[in-house]
Design a binder for this molecule. Structure first.
Ligand SMILES: Nc1nc2c(ncn2[C@@H]2O[C@H](COP(=O)(O)OP(=O)(O)OP(=O)(O)O)[C@@H](O)[C@H]2O)c(=O)[nH]1
Length: 574
């Protein structure tokens, strides 16, 4: 955790920060180029957090972010900065770098007028640097290029400045060289934010209207929505309306995120903060919604394009009695992660559940982990698939397609940017990991949807002792069926513990078995090491075994650990 200064900001008069004294910006970059570290320095220098060793990546608040060392949620922090005798209110949004969370970046950009585009001075421009640059460029934001990690021995800021000039057409003189780790030149970043990013073009005299750009569900207070105020002002006690549902609410609390919630009396045009207005249902504060005053109706703001799911998987409770609890956990988590699509689904073997759409496999894993960590929910996830369109006829089948190269641009003499057309199922599961490992971490990758194309695909079943496992039914390219089936059987053999009887693991196409592995019989006696008669210790071990079993799913008479369903899809033979 981190500590914040305890100065009494309740007395803060935000009317002292008219729009021309406000700068709204986000930090964007390729993964690991140092966004969160720079955010820490900016927070420290403006006094939002204390400068201590404990305060590292403070905007990565989620347990999953701390465990994985990556940002998955955009986070907002309001900073007070004095420059040439004037006080400014800077609203910073730290965004994730991984392609699976790019929806967070596009939403954050809508609340900003400028971005800090961080580029690692050693690695140079990478795939998400380009993708994120275009998000900011298309939204016509001011882009400040920042070269980070200049303290590294191998840093080559000159080369990276040439890349920036060549690929983005930004003059090299616009670049600021910093070390976020050591704080070198970070003051220059704050000055550039004030001098180069325009203030929001809004007025407090207009009717109040605010865009909900993020929200989360608090067990006690209901929906806490993050808003960007695009006009007018709002205060505690005001009656506001949500444009989406047309329902009226009373404002219970408003304030700034510093980065913790910090209540204030009012929020004014151009400011970014949070609002709590007694919305008890997750459907009430949709991301992209517009809020306005009851007595001054306004036209709704454009909102956001829905995210386009790339990977789908079924999600089922371990036990049907857990269905209502899991439904509410999924609803609350999707409020905080609106890029997930949810549809009800059911299966004979697994009962009632949902079909969820994600932006990638990491996104799916993180969602699953957040369900467990933040909502204590344990779920079964079926094999992820990509969307297909099936034509139900015996048409002549088209030849196997491989990636088709579209273009190639040399960024400099060491780096090349290549565009390919790929079948989506070839890239979603482990292409990123494989590419990283083949290139020793040098290559980076980004993708966008190129539409549907016909392909020679077949359905493959995985059988455990002759019973098809619904979660593992896979659509594969005909030419890949044998290798994929064999690899899945081998990985299942490694993931399923031996049991008291022999288990046949088979891959089948229709009635034809194409691969087989055998798991030998074994009896695990958890009491084997318990000599003597310590009954409490024996009870503990038996209890732990029973709890372990809860994380297993019984298919026929075979116990399958729930992790097996995801592990089986990952290639271990990199
Ligand atoms: N040497 C050096 N290391 C740095 C510097 N800035 C960040 N790092 C290190 O780079 C790694 C990634 O930094 P983060 O700040 O987590 O990167 P990020 O861009 O926020 O990562 P994501 O949010 O996951 O995309 C960490 O190990 C940092 O300590 C720097 O200026 N110099």
């Amino acid at each position: 955790m981190f500590s914040t200064h305890t100065d009494k900001q309740e007395t803060l008069d935000l009317s002292k920060f008219p729009a021309d004294k406000i700068r709204n910006f986000c930090i964007i970059a390729h993964i690991d180029h140092g966004k969160s570290t720079l955010a820490d320095r900016l927070l420290e220098m403006t006094g939002a957090i204390a400068k201590t060793e404990k305060n590292k990546q403070v905007l990565d608040k989620l347990q999953v972010e701390r465990e994985r060392g990556i940002t998955v949620k955009a986070q907002t922090a309001s900073l007070f900065y004095s420059h040439q005798g004037e006080q400014y209110l800077l609203n910073l949004i730290d965004t994730p770098g991984h392609v699976d969370f790019s929806y967070e970046v596009s939403r954050s950009i809508s609340a900003c007028q400028g971005v800090l585009l961080i580029v690692d001075a050693n690695q140079g421009i990478q795939a998400q640097t380009v993708a994120n640059f275009y998000l900011a460029f298309e939204a016509q934001l001011t882009i400040i290029p920042i070269l980070n990690k200049i303290d590294l021995k191998n840093a080559d800021p000159k080369r990276v400045e040439s890349q920036i000039e060549k690929v983005f057409d930004i003059p090299r003189d616009d670049c600021i060289r910093i070390s976020a780790k050591h704080g070198t030149n970070v003051e220059m970043v704050l000055q550039a934010v004030v001098n180069r990013i325009p203030p929001p073009a809004v007025s407090s005299d207009d009717p109040f209207r605010a865009l909900v750009f993020d929200s989360n569900f608090d067990h006690y207070r209901g929906v806490v929505a993050n808003i960007a105020v695009f006009g007018g002002r709002v205060r505690k006690g005001d009656k506001i309306v949500s444009a989406h549902l047309g329902k009226t609410y009373e404002v219970n609390e408003i304030g700034l995120l510093r980065p913790d919630e910090h209540p204030t009396q009012r929020l004014y045009a151009g400011q970014v903060g949070y609002i709590i207005a007694g919305m008890k249902d997750v459907k009430e504060a949709q991301i992209g919604d517009t809020l306005y005053l009851q007595e001054q109706p306004v036209k709704a703001l454009p909102g956001f394009k829905p995210a386009k799911a790339m990977v789908f998987a079924g999600m089922y409770p371990m036990d049907q009695s857990e269905y209502p609890g899991l439904r509410s956990a999924i609803e609350r988590l999707t409020l905080n992660d609106s890029s997930v699509t949810v549809q009800k689904d059911s299966s004979l073997a697994l009962g009632a559940g949902w079909r969820l759409g994600f932006l990638g496999l990491l996104h799916m894993e993180v969602f699953n982990q957040r369900l467990e960590q933040e909502y204590n929910a344990s779920v079964i996830v079926t094999a992820p698939t990509v969307p297909y369109k099936a034509v139900l006829s015996s048409a002549k089948l088209i030849k196997n397609r491989r990636a088709i190269q579209k273009n190639m641009v040399y960024i400099d003499d060491q780096r090349v940017m290549m565009k390919y057309l790929f079948p989506l199922n070839e890239i979603v599961v482990d292409f990123y990991d494989l590419l990283k490992s083949l290139s020793s971490g040098y290559a980076s990758f980004d993708y966008e949807n190129a539409g549907y194309q016909a392909a020679d695909l077949i359905k493959m079943d995985i059988l455990l002792n002759g019973r098809s496992v619904e979660e593992l039914i896979t659509i594969v390219h005909r030419d890949r069926a044998y290798n994929t089936g064999k690899a899945m059987c081998e990985r299942l053999k490694d993931s399923i513990p031996r049991q008291m009887f022999e288990i046949a693991v088979q891959a089948a196409i229709g009635s034809k078995i194409i691969a087989r592995e055998t798991i030998k019989a074994y009896r695990k006696n958890v009491l084997a090491k318990c000599y003597g008669g310590d009954i409490t210790r024996k009870m503990k071990l038996l209890k732990r075994q029973a709890e372990g079993k809860k994380k297993m799913r019984r298919i026929g008479n075979v116990e399958v650990p729930k992790d097996a369903f995801i592990n089986v899809l990952k290639r271990k033979d990199k």
